[in-house]
Every structure is written in structure tokens, then in C-alpha cells.
Design a protein around this ligand. Sequence first.
Ligand code: ASP
Ligand code: MG
Length: 426
Amino acid sequence: MALRALKPQGWNRERDKGMKILIQKFGGTSVADRDCMTRVRAKVEDGLKRADKVIAVLSARAGDTNRLLALADEWSATPDMAECDSLVSTGEQVSISLFTMLLKDAGIRARSLLGWQIPITTDEHFGRARIRAIKSDVLRTLLTEYDVLVIAGFQGCTEDGRITTLGRGGSDTSAVALAAALDSAECEIYTDVEGVYTTDPNICSTARKMERVAYEEMLEMASMGAKVLHIRSVEFAKKYKVPVRVRSTFSDDPGTLVTQEDSSMEAVLVSGIAYDKDQARVTLRDVPDVPGMAAALFGPLSEKGILVDMIVQNTSQDGHTDMTFTISRKDLKQTLEIMDEVARKTGASEVLHDVSVAKVSAIGVGMRNHSGVAARAFAALTQEGINILMISTSEIKITILIQEKYVELAVRILHDTFGLDWDIGC
Ligand code: ASP
Ligand code: MG
């Protein structure tokens, strides 16, 4: 693959230094068909009024990535990972070329670019590659000739030119990485919602769109199932201090700015309520309470890449204790197999499990400076008769495990308790 074909030429560091480049990323539903893409074109035209140049990062059209993955499964019981990436990355090749045609029809100087043509270099973990470097000089050079570069999200290539993909939802990360590489003032992520909400509007009608949210809060919310942004894109944005604005393709709302924490954010106790139904609870009964037991238990799980979330060890009785922890439901079968083996080796009496649990979290950087948040959350849930099964806390988060059937109610109660409800009067 001729990676050297796009050597930087014509870029003049001095002359182009002040060039204002806006990154705009459009998700699958935003580029689903011709009508949607026409709307996206208007967003890019608007971007060109606010900046000198626009880099539009596109996902595949809605459904295309799934279709390609299904095709791979149809062809092979164990699809080769590298070939799978090569196949699945074509979804973005389709969307960027179609979209660039629309831009050119409107007289906009534009061209499309695939990951390898820049290149966006990644490591060699096919299907979940991490970006290592972006040849930004190449892009800057091209921007002397074009006003808009339409770049395929979700993909990159290894040092030796094999195509990689960044994991599902990865084009957010492509966009943020490009913004970091090009020192862009802001990275706009266009999607089908107006921004980031204080909780899921589908279960809480009083959920509010946030104007700003701190990177750290967003990381907690994303990992808790508020699926607006690819989690790695937020990590990237935080590391390189890229302000990210989540906004809708289908409205003119300014959306939500994901940015560095500041004093106005700290004044707010709780910023959002997240929940996650993908939880299973496992208990190991009567484990001998001796040094090394936790390592004996959790070591084999981490070896298999199983993420353990909340952990509680009961107080010891007669030298024995119960250990309870939570995992993702998809890992339950494997976890139980491992725990049966651990129980056999350690002499634990039984392994119990429960899949009817879910967790609810209150998140806010303001918690760092305030006490009593946990107590207020517990009191509010108790008042509604919701039993608390497990609790874990961190500096900016309180997580409570409850019966799944109470999740919606718990979210609404906590949203109200911490004053997040939409004020109907305003
Ligand atoms: N097209 C890829 C996916 O569906 C990447 C993305 O949309 O961000 O996961
Ligand atoms: Mg997405």
C-alpha cells in the first residue's frame, strides 16, 4: 500500500499556522440516507462560516456496520480479525465518498480520505485498535487545496499498512484524535440527540440537557451506560484537553460542551444520574478469611479479562466470610465456571448468583467538596421502600445496587432528590 503517496507538499508552516480548523463528526443516523446527508451538508456549510476549514469525520450509514459484521459471520465461523476489519471499514468508505459527492455538487472544494491515506496509524489489535499517530502535516497540506476534508471514522492502519478498526462507536474517537492532532479549538460530535442529559429522558421525563459537563463526569456516565460518546473518545479529549460539543444534526441547539472541570461545575452537587442493567451479582459463601483469598478469587477472573465492578466482603465469622461482587451479565457463565473451581480449591461452601439486579449512580464533581450526598441518596431510596443491596463510592460517584425492577423508580427519585428535575416554571 503506497502510504508515501500522500507526502506533505505545499504546506507552509508559517502561512498556515493561524488556520482555524473545525472538526465535525456525524454519526450513522446523521448520514443514513440522501436527505440526512443533505442536512449534514448544511451543518458543514455552517461550519465553514465559523472556521476557515472543516474536517468532517463520518460513520458508516446506519445499519451498514452491522450488515458487514453479519456478512463476515455468514462467511466464516471464525472470521479472520484482520480481514474482518478490512471488510467492516468499507461502511465508512461508502458514506464518505457519497457525502463528498454532495459537497462537490454544491461547489464546495472537498475530497474524501480513508484512514490509511493520511495515515492514521494504530496498534495491531484488530477490532479494537488504538490510535498511535496521525500525519497532520498531510492534512494541513491538503487543506491548502480543499476547504473540507471528509475523513472515514472508526479506521486506521498498522505501521505495515493493514487496515484496523477502533471498536464499535469508534468514529467519535477518530474525530477527537484528529482535533487533538490539528489543535482544533473544538470538536463537534453530531448525533440524533440534543446533547448529554442529566439522566435517560426515556425513563425520566424531567431529564434536562446539560450545557456543560466535565470530562470525568462524562467518563462515569459513559461507562454507566449513557451511550452518547464512545468512552475512549472522552479519555482522549481529557488527555489532550479537546473541548467536545455533542449536538444534534436535526436541530440548531448548541448542545452540551464536554470540557475541563471548573468552579461553576463544582458548585453543583450532583450533575447526573446513570444506571446500568447489565449487572449480575455473584456470592461465594463461607470463604476462609485468610490472607491471599481475594487474590485467589479475582486473579482467575482478571486473567480471563472479566471486569469485576462492585466488591463487598462481609465481616468474618468463625474464620469464614462471604464475598460478593458484580460483573456484566455476558460474563456470568464463565464467571460461575471459574468460581466453582475456586470454591473447590478454597473450600468455600457454595456459589450463588442473581441476574435481577441493576445499579444506579449519582455522579458529580461537586461531591469532592461536599459530604452527605450518599446519606441523602440512601434516605430517598429507603423512603420509597427500595432495598439497597450493595454500595460503592468514589470521589465523584455513588453507586447503589438494587433489584432491577426498581431501576426506573430509583433514577426518578434520585433525579428529583438532587434537584435535577426540569423546572417547569422556567
Ligand atoms: N460505524 C462504526 C459502528 O457502527 C463506528 C461508528 O459508528 O462510530 O460502530
Ligand atoms: Mg456513536
